[in-house]
Design a protein around this ligand. Structure first.
Ligand SMILES: Nc1ncnc2c1ncn2[C@@H]1O[C@H](COP(=O)(O)OP(=O)(O)OP(=O)(O)O)[C@@H](O)[C@H]1O
Ligand SMILES: [Mg+2]
Length: 444
């Protein structure tokens, strides 16, 4: 039940107001002066205070100030006579939620009380979410005790307080975005925006306007002026994901903004400045792209002032048990389940799987196992691992031919029997594939 404290020296108001509010199901207490009001506030910590500005012993503003000092988020509604308007303005400045004019209009009163509770609930929700978000990206949220992960943590710690550009490299699903967020949320700029832009998902011309914004009429669909991510990020972080996919034309524009901090909107003439820190990520080998003439070397050096290389999960298998229990906790929390037990044979399979999709693939496998679990145990049969995929690594040592046969079968299943796709993936000709299918008696 929500509680309300009324502090007013007028006995009639205390009586009628508390009767009115009690009828609506509130727990109402009253106090006749400032001192007893403050004492009662300490005892009951009410959800809402209705406070008269004129009190016999002290000024209502003083009571308001003291309540707000003790309980910063307290919701206080002032009750005031017409001639108290100046004080009312003062009260709002001190953090009062609203003021009601006496004699009280009960319709306005009910509306104010209802709104105050709604706003309070929203404020609580928002502060909970902000805390949760920050917690999610503390370094504790990145699991790993292996040597390569320990050096990643050290790097995060040492770059978090700087504004240097960081380049994060690693296979898909190794936690590049997680690391970028950890840097941002551990930096002094954690309350500024963290803006993600996926450079591979957007077509070149659109990407330019996403990054820099555009002015009205810059191109056919530019019906109004927009801000780009460099501007929206403010003094926060701009995370350029899949930076290896940026076109040569945009690479030179990126280089310019990184070097000079200046940029212009598409179609614009005014030079704008960016203050954002840039963290770039890629799962491609940028060195190889440079050698192939697809990525500018000068941009590469600008981006990788500090370089963080995330190890593939299969190269740090000792982290798998820790990750499994961390991820299970997270998944159980989200799905409101309690699947926590992992039998030794299941853990062995998890530890030996190649995890080409790294932590993301492990996480997806566990989500599935949790959803399908009947009791509180992760079962072998609920792991979405093709036995074919597991065999070469998990079972006793076998011949190359056997691995080849299993793998071709696996690829054929993955591409739903399309021999053209399979031969492209396997990088063998169609006739060679046909011959192998025949020799190994594979099912298509
Ligand atoms: N060390 C880790 N500890 C805990 N969770 C992790 C870790 N690494 C990755 N994850 C989780 O795995 C998932 C994938 O991570 P993330 O999105 O950061 O990977 P990525 O490298 O950006 O992948 P992609 O290249 O596919 O975009 C996320 O849910 C993330 O929280
Ligand atoms: Mg990513």
């Amino acid at each position: 039940m929500k509680s309300i404290l009324i502090i007013d020296d007028d006995a009639l108001i205390r009586k009628t107001l508390s009767a009115h509010l009690a009828r609506q199901g509130f727990d109402v207490q009253t106090a006749e002066d400032g001192e007893s009001g403050l004492r009662m506030h300490g005892e009951m910590s009410p959800d809402l205070v209705l406070l008269d500005i004129r009190l016999p012993d002290t000024d209502g503003l003083d009571v308001l100030r003291r309540i707000r000092e003790k309980a910063g988020r307290a919701t206080v509604v002032m009750m005031t006579a017409y001639d108290d308007m100046k004080t009312t303005v003062e009260a709002i400045k001190l953090g009062a939620f609203e003021y009601l004019v006496k004699p009280l209009d009960y319709v306005a009163l009910d509306l104010t009380v209802a709104t105050a509770f709604q706003v309070r609930a929203l404020e609580e929700k928002i502060s909970y979410l902000v805390e949760e978000k920050q917690k999610e990206y503390t370094i504790d949220a990145i699991v790993g005790r292996s040597a390569p992960m320990r050096s990643v943590f050290k790097l995060i710690g040492s770059v978090a307080n700087t504004r240097t550009n960081v380049l994060i490299q690693g296979e898909s699903g190794t936690g590049k975005e997680l690391v970028a967020k950890a840097i941002h949320y551990n930096s002094p700029y954690r309350d500024e925006p963290f803006i993600v832009i996926n450079c591979s998902a957007i077509q070149d011309t659109l990407l330019e306007s996403e990054l820099f914004g555009h002015v009205k009429g810059a191109f056919t669909d530019a019906v109004c002026e927009t801000k780009g991510k460099f501007e929206i990020a403010g003094r926060g972080t701009l995370f350029l994901d899949e930076v290896g996919d940026v076109s040569p034309n945009l690479q030179s524009k990126l280089l310019r903004v990184i070097e000079t901090r200046d940029f212009m909107k598409v179609g614009g003439e005014r030079v704008l400045k960016t203050e954002a820190r840039i963290i770039a990520a890629t799962n491609q080998n940028l060195r190889a792209l440079i050698e192939a003439g697809k990525f500018r070397e000068d941009l590469y050096y600008r981006l990788k002032v500090v370089e963080i290389n995330l190890p593939a999960l299969r190269d740090r298998r000792e982290d798998i048990p820790g990750l499994v229990s961390y991820l299970l906790e997270k998944i159980n929390r989200e799905l409101r389940k309690t699947v926590r037990k992992v039998p030794p044979d299941v853990m062995k399979i998890l530890a030996e799987t190649p995890w080409r999709g790294n932590v993301r693939e492990l996480e997806n496998a566990l989500i599935r196992a949790v959803i399908l679990a009947k009791g509180d145990v992760v079962l072998k049969e609920n792991l979405p691992l093709e036995s074919e995929e597991r065999k070469p690594f998990a079972r006793e040592l076998v011949s190359l031919e056997e691995v080849e046969k299993d793998y071709i079968q696996h690829v054929l299943a993955a591409v739903k029997g399309s021999k053209t796709r399979a031969s492209q993936i396997l990088k063998i000709s169609r006739p060679t594939l046909d011959k192998k299918i025949k020799d190994f008696s594979l099912e298509v």
